[in-house]
Design a protein around this ligand. Structure first.
Ligand code: TRP
Length: 330
């Protein structure tokens, strides 16, 4: 058979500690699914984390906690190098070059910076925050990433990356591909506080991938359902109900029955939530088990990062050589 060249995936996350279901449905699930048919690179965006928090005292532990979730979720570090952005210096070099290729007004129009400023109530936007997508473009293009599996909130950053790649190529010569984003159906999983807001650590509305069944049930118990379904036998509207969205994702085999029960009033919210919690916990059980070996021995994670960083540097150096060559530097 004619072996086709595998395309390259680059994706990453900011190290905010243990991951939640939104990370799984928005990105990690896709990373794992695509790992066999692509060359994957996964980066811990520790420099990006500085845009929302200058306190670095938890950064290391947050990195370890997050990478354990990647590994437990199915990322195979032999196949897919896992590394920290801060340990591969070429990210900052390429970021500097890219910062010449995009205007300040384009970056100010980036919708995700507006969302962050609103959600996190940021008062003063720093230079690095404005340049967030420029650093992300450097992350992706340093590995000549062709596919970027991300949550919906990152689409604007991939668009900026494409613009920068085009601009570089037309100015100095063809070095970079124009990467395509890839989002999942559940790219935007709503948080426990209702259907309007996505699951996010800063909103405190998450179910962690490491939550045990009791915690999952407790968290679901407080989740809002259809406001018109007040008593057990009142008919409900699954399409406006948060818990039904979770059934759709984590209990797809029973959605027809849940819908029927809810709409007819036979199924009360308490029971519906119990069933939902049980399915979520079933889904999480192997994940929690998978974390254990790394939790007991965090130096395994450190070794994985060191190895990933070594392999990432090889590719990063190659790309920078092509960049310098095209720009006739050096
Ligand atoms: N901005 C991404 C997030 O907050 C993290 C990230 C950094 C990233 N560099 C990347 C994602 C490159 C995809 C590709 O989730």
């Amino acid at each position: 058979m004619n072996e086709m060249r595998k395309k390259t995936i680059l994706s990453g996350m900011r190290p905010t500690g243990k991951l939640h279901l939104g990370h799984w449905t928005g990105a990690l699930e896709n990373w794992v699914a695509l790992q066999e048919s692509y060359n994957n690179y996964h980066l811990v965006a520790d420099y990006h984390a500085l845009t929302t928090n200058l306190d670095t005292s938890n950064l290391y532990q947050n990195t370890i906690d997050m990478v354990i979730d990647w590994l437990a979720g199915g990322i195979d570090p032999e196949k897919s190098p896992v590394f920290r952005q801060s340990q591969v210096k070429e990210h900052t070099e390429l970021h500097l070059i890219f910062s010449m290729l995009i205007t300040k007004s384009r970056l100010e129009r980036n919708p995700s910076i507006k969302d962050q400023v609103r959600d996190l109530e940021i008062e003063n936007i720093v230079y690095g925050h404005l340049g967030y997508p420029v650093l992300q473009a450097a992350d992706i293009l340093l590995y000549r990433g062709e596919l970027v599996p991300v949550g919906e909130d990152q689409l604007s950053h991939v668009e900026i990356t494409r613009e920068i790649a085009r601009r570089f190529n037309s100015t100095w010569g063809d070095v970079f591909p124009e990467p395509e984003p890839r989002v999942t159906k559940f790219a935007r999983l709503p948080g426990l506080d209702g259907k309007d807001r996505k699951m996010s650590k800063s909103m405190n509305n998450t179910i962690l991938l490491s939550d045990d069944p009791t915690t999952v049930d407790q968290k679901l118990r407080k989740a809002p359902t259809d406001v018109l379904k007040v008593r057990r036998n009142d008919p409900g509207r699954p399409d406006v109900c948060l818990v039904y969205t979770y059934h759709e994702k984590f209990n797809p085999g029973e959605t027809a029955e849940i819908r029927q029960g809810c709409e007819s009033g036979e199924l009360g919210c308490v029971d519906c939530k119990k069933r939902c919690g049980a399915r979520i916990s079933e889904f999480l059980a192997p994940h929690i088990e998978g974390r254990r070996r790394y939790e007991e021995n965090p130096s395994l994670v450190e070794d994985i990062l060191r190895d990933g960083e070594k392999r990432a540097r090889v590719v990063a150096r190659e790309t920078m050589a092509a960049v310098h060559d095209a720009m006739k530097l050096g």
